[in-house]
Ligand binder design. Structure first.
Ligand SMILES: [Zn+2]
Length: 439
């Protein structure tokens, strides 16, 4: 059992009154959510028009969130920003008037930081917790700390999983004046971030010809998302806020084994961070005990997301838990479950869905009638929405659609040919179903 580096704080204590057949339990907190290799944040500054017209539909279709660092004096359409926030995107601060903090006094820095936060919170109706410095020039440290949990700079390197300074998180400038100009540049950064288990933050302004600083062609941005879509088991594409919360909570979390019997494990997970803000789920794991067919995980008596997953030769229970969110109980369940296997396409395989590892092939129902395909799958309370992808045998995506509040999807298959194989994937943050179909 690996308890790596900084996570060696996961404490293993066997209680005194533990039954004789006790489990030898070792718990590990994931470096990034879901035991993914790297966190990736796409951050957008200044509200350039194509961020809304072109990037937004791409990110919505991929199921990935954007972080929009907003200059409150420049924002023209708050109803769009509010709708985006409600759909999982982060609306964060990029000051009131985009000054150079190196050239204005403390009083004005305070106004730029606190007023932009207040305006965003009032317009959006959610906490505004992160900031990006205009021109990447840092403000007074104590002022930014009063208002925000983290702030973005642009030093041009991949940030560490634990940054040296949460108030100057590095980012990589995208576009013709930056380090990332093409799809292949995006890919190189993804790979490096995975190797480093790092936090990769992109800084994007203009897209195509919208007049924004350092524009990136929308086609290159789109390709980067298509690359990531089938690789979400490896890359955590998330908001700047969520990555900040995860990083801080992970490092502050103290996990204690309360008890372990032959059918139940109890854990506590606590930290000293304020719970009103730090409520991001961490991912934990331990080896599935040998005689457990399956497991149900609850925190504070509520079922939390968990899965049984095979990594190399080990079978783990991986589950979500929020520090200070109550007692975590893993209870043996007698329904046998086939362990999931995360499949990640090789790097050189472009724009392809995952290769087929049928973790739940029997659960994904596909009915084909003439040109109509009806796909259905089990309901899951943890799924915000489902992404349905149909690809052909060459990996070309034919259909990619998000399905909200339904567990079925019907589609007319264009250009249907006899004997052609299709790969069908239905996924949410909670579950992935895949199957192949020969018509
Ligand atoms: Zn800016």
């Amino acid at each position: 059992m690996k308890v790596q580096g900084v996570f060696a704080s996961a404490i293993m204590i066997i209680g005194i009154n533990v039954p004789i057949i006790s489990q030898n339990v070792s718990v590990e907190v994931a470096k990034w959510y879901g035991f993914k290799d790297a966190a990736i944040c796409y951050t957008f500054d200044d509200g350039c028009s194509n961020q809304f017209l072109k990037a937004r539909p791409m990110f919505d279709s991929a199921g990935f969130p954007m972080t929009l660092f907003t200059v409150t004096n420049w924002a023209s359409n708050w109803s769009v920003l509010k709708a985006m926030a409600e759909n999982g995107h982060e609306i964060a601060s990029h000051s009131v008037s985009h000054p150079n903090f190196g050239q204005i006094n403390i009083e004005n820095q305070d106004i730029e930081l606190s007023k932009s936060k207040a305006i965003i919170e009032q317009k959006i109706g959610r906490p505004c917790l992160t900031h990006a410095y205009p021109y990447c020039v840092k403000s007074n440290d104590s002022l930014v700390k009063v208002n925000y949990l983290s702030a973005r700079g642009c030093q041009g390197y991949i940030e560490k999983a634990t940054p040296a300074d949460y108030y100057n998180i590095s980012s990589i400038i995208v576009g013709n004046l930056g380090a990332v100009k093409t799809y292949s540049d995006f890919k190189n950064y993804f790979k490096q971030a995975a190797v480093q288990k790092g936090w990769l933050v992109f800084l994007i302004h203009g897209i195509d010809n919208d007049g924004g600083y350092s524009p990136i062609p929308s086609s290159e941005l789109q390709k980067s998302l298509l690359y990531l879509e089938p690789r979400t088991a490896k890359y955590w594409v998330t908001t700047f806020k969520a990555a900040t919360l995860y990083s801080k909570e992970r490092d502050a979390a103290q996990v204690t084994l309360i008890s372990a019997s032959d059918d139940q494990i109890e854990l506590s997970i606590v930290d000293t961070l304020p719970d009103s803000l730090y409520n991001q789920s961490l991912t934990l794991r331990c080896i599935l005990p040998q005689n457990w067919p399956s497991v149900v995980v609850k925190q504070n008596e509520q079922t939390v997301f968990s899965r049984i997953v095979k990594r190399d030769t080990s079978i783990f229970i991986e589950f979500d838990a929020v520090p200070d969110g109550g007692l975590v109980v893993l209870k043996k369940d007698n329904t046998p479950v086939v362990p999931e296997v995360d499949s990640i396409p090789p790097d050189e395989q472009d724009n392809l869905p995952s290769s087929i590892e049928n973790s739940d092939i029997e659960s994904l129902k596909v009915i084909a009638k003439k040109n109509k395909l009806t796909i259905s799958w089990p309901a899951n309370a943890n799924a915000r929405f489902w992404q349905v992808t149909i690809a052909d045998s060459l990996g070309r995506i034919i259909i990619s659609k998000n399905v909200y509040s339904s567990n079925a999807f019907t589609v007319d298959l264009p250009h249907r040919k006899k004997g052609v194989m299709y790969f069908i994937q239905v996924k949410s943050s909670a579950k992935v179903y895949q199957t192949k179909l020969v018509l």
